[in-house]
Design a protein around this ligand. Sequence first.
Ligand SMILES: [Zn+2]
Length: 592
Amino acid sequence: MKAWFLLALWPAAALAADTLPPLQPWQGATAALIQPKHPWVTPAELSYLTETPSYAQTVSYLQKLVASSEMLRLESIGKSPQGRDIWLVKASLQPDLVGKGDGQSNKPTLLVQAGIHSGEIDGKDAALMLLRDIVHGDKQSLLSQVDLLIIPILSVDGHERSGKFNRMNQRGPVEQGWRSTAQNLNLNRDYAKLDSPELRAVLGVMNRYQPDLYMDIHVTDGEDYQYDITYGFNEPVASQSPNGASWLARVYRPFINQQLEAAGHIPGPLVFGIDSMDFAKGIAQWTASPRYSNGYGDVRHLPTVLVENHSLKPYRQRVLGTYVLLEQTLSLLGSQGKALQLAKKADEQARPQRQVLAYQASDTPEPVAFKGIRYQKKHSEISKADYIEWLGEPLNYDALPVYWDKVPAVEVEVPKAYWIPPQHQEVIERLSLHGIRFSVLPAAKTLELQQLVASEPQFSSKPTEGRFMVSSNFSPSWGSFSLPAGSVRVSTDQPLGALAVALLQPQAPDSLLSWGFFHSMFERTEYFETYAILPWIEQQLKQDKKLAADFAAAVKADSKLAKDGQARLDWFYQRSPFYDTQYLKYPVLLER
Ligand SMILES: [Zn+2]
């Protein structure tokens, strides 16, 4: 059906917001932050934070604001698939010196990213207001100790696939962007595999400016609760950056919650109910893997806060809460940023011998106080099933069960290095984009290395982010390998060593193998003809008594071998020198 026809059938009165659960009253003091009469009024403030400007309006406002202040720079960090510039705003007392190293400012640096899912655009309008108040208001002191980097719209093409019907579960803005990109990729699944130019642009910013804290701002759906601003990070009990995670848990969270509450907002944890029909059963404390911003930040030792504003709260309330969150984060970095930099450095210098690649939920919940919303079970004659109706009245839990994702599910011993053969340039390019250092072998060399052999691979039956994922068992074997010139050695003895393990250890959920970069190792490409192999087998059986005995034992143990002629020939072929020695072998070799 054509879209215009659908729109014609769908009366404006049936806009999604009208059917959403009832709102809790909110009179936030932060409404005073909106300045419709300010000479530098932001586009969203003109609508009293009910609408959000287009890409062109946003860029035009930013270009004028940047031209009006010595504290701002605007930099294109890359082009989208449809050719739009992705912009970075640098805000600093020395905007040309933002970064780390000799002659750079070396100040604690906050990287804020809005619109990775561009329908969830609260961060853009909050950031524009805050930038305005820094350069044409009374908040310049926020930059006295801190540098600020803002990507106001990351998914710029998705932002322009704008409409009133893009986010059914969300209260505003009136028109919203689309969740995925022009290539229909979900950017918050792309951090490990880096297929999108948008995420490659973000990685360029991380590598160039080396921020100390990263905030990725979203809007979440799901359950109803009282919180307007929820946020989280991989907690210290399940982190590859325990020092940074501890700073977030012990310094950042208490301060930020206190500041948001003082400003009239209701901060809370990320909420993932474990039973959609009965919220009281509890929530999951999620540990993100590296495909997500927060899991990626954790494994690269960049403390990362995933912000999820609550979709059922009005746009105005969400933007104002985000403003407070950004302002107070800058303020905290001003006083505590050096401690964060030390924590980050400690994580970068740690060389743990073992690494957890995936966590699973603990069976034993821990109770937390939680500001919920009352609900009841109802029956629908349309769906012929029960559903949960949220009633809009507060329901405070003293002890809601929380199931922590903190039990190691996959753990490995960290090798000294990985060796990648030169034919895997697609993989080597990804490592470069991540900022992982490696050396290239100038001439062929033979080394004793460990190889991982796959068994029982499972391929997904439908695509995930345009790729067919695979998982497999692996068993190690040792051998002498002749490495061609151009082979790449990736040492784990580097600041991004844990990231290298997460990408190259094939059992990891977001390894490049899992994402399909090594699918060809699962294919056999050479076969035998029966007329060629039978005489060869007869000859071998005469010469090799052990082979004959092994075959007899194998037939006894495997009923298929007793009667399946092809299986019998395969048994011999697999033990012959003609068999493909690379079939099912992970081509990346491990140095121990
Ligand atoms: Zn999102």
